[in-house]
Design a protein around this ligand. Structure first.
Ligand SMILES: [Zn+2]
Length: 165
């Protein structure tokens, strides 16, 4: 096996790598009504094998992914960089305005304020990939090559983001 060309990847998915969250996304001319999903998360890491023929310890990769999932679980996912919403806040609440609609007023402790422009599965997968890139840099093995993150917002409907590590 040694010396054979090719690359190795490991994946972790579903089980406890999921979160239940509320959101509304905006589209061209529309703000979705508030609703929720049971999001399932898929993570693939590509990298060289260690001397003992690992890419990365599965339990470490699951723990790092679970930490991100737990920070989103039972929250409202708010796209803080939205171009369609006007978001203000006080000590305790976010106030979210879409056009002339009545504003939403959400307690901050129920909100995951995310640096994304829309709470689509595409952006959520990118956000999770960013968090994992940071944590893998700190606690992952050296030399990892690529990371792919999938977010499935309902069975059979997922978005993926892929990045170099
Ligand atoms: Zn949705």
């Amino acid at each position: 096996m040694a010396g054979q060309s090719g690359s190795h990847a490991v994946t972790v998915e579903r089980q406890r790598l999921r979160f239940a969250a509320g959101h509304f996304a905006t589209f061209a001319d529309e703000l979705e009504p508030i609703h929720g999903h049971n999001y399932d998360v898929f993570v693939e890491v590509v990298g060289p094998l260690t001397d003992e023929s690992w890419v990365i310890d599965f339990s470490l990769l699951k723990r790092l992914t679970r930490e991100v999932c737990e920070s989103l679980d039972h929250k409202f996912l708010l796209q803080m960089e939205s171009r369609a919403l006007t978001i203000s806040d006080d000590d305790t609440h976010y106030v979210i305005q879409y056009r002339d609609d009545h504003p939403y007023r959400l307690p901050k402790h129920d909100v995951a304020a995310l640096p994304i422009d829309n709470s689509t599965a595409e952006r959520l997968s990118q956000y999770i990939a960013g968090r994992l890139t940071e944590s893998l840099e700190v606690s992952g093995p050296p030399g990892l090559a690529r990371l792919r993150v999938g977010v499935e917002e309902m069975p059979g409907q997922a978005a993926w983001f892929e990045t170099d590590l």
